[in-house]
Design a protein around this ligand. Structure first.
Ligand SMILES: [Zn+2]
Length: 86
């Protein structure tokens, strides 16, 4: 797809989002709509970072998820980083 093609659709790459005609694009993550972008800002503020892994986690959190879902994902990531000793 050609970036900025006026005839093309630019579908939001976030899980569950149906928005098209997105104006923001990242070569790794794809397009993102304004609503998901606003969510992403909140997500990044909570996570204190914007690494590829963090953004990827966000893109996989379905649209309509609340802060609780964000925290669940953060907990999962933290669990992975510091698994409990058996
Ligand atoms: Zn979206």
């Amino acid at each position: 797809m050609i970036v900025g093609d006026p005839m093309g659709v630019m579908p939001c790459a976030r899980e569950g989002c149906e928005h098209i005609m997105c104006r923001r694009y990242n070569s790794h993550h794809g397009y993102i709509c304004e609503e998901c972008f606003a969510d992403l800002v909140v997500f990044l503020a909570e996570r204190d970072g914007s690494s590829v892994k963090i953004v990827e986690a966000f893109m996989n959190i379905p649209v309509g998820s609340n802060q609780y879902a964000f925290r669940e994902q953060a907990k999962k990531d933290a669990d992975e980083l510091f698994p409990e000793c058996k």
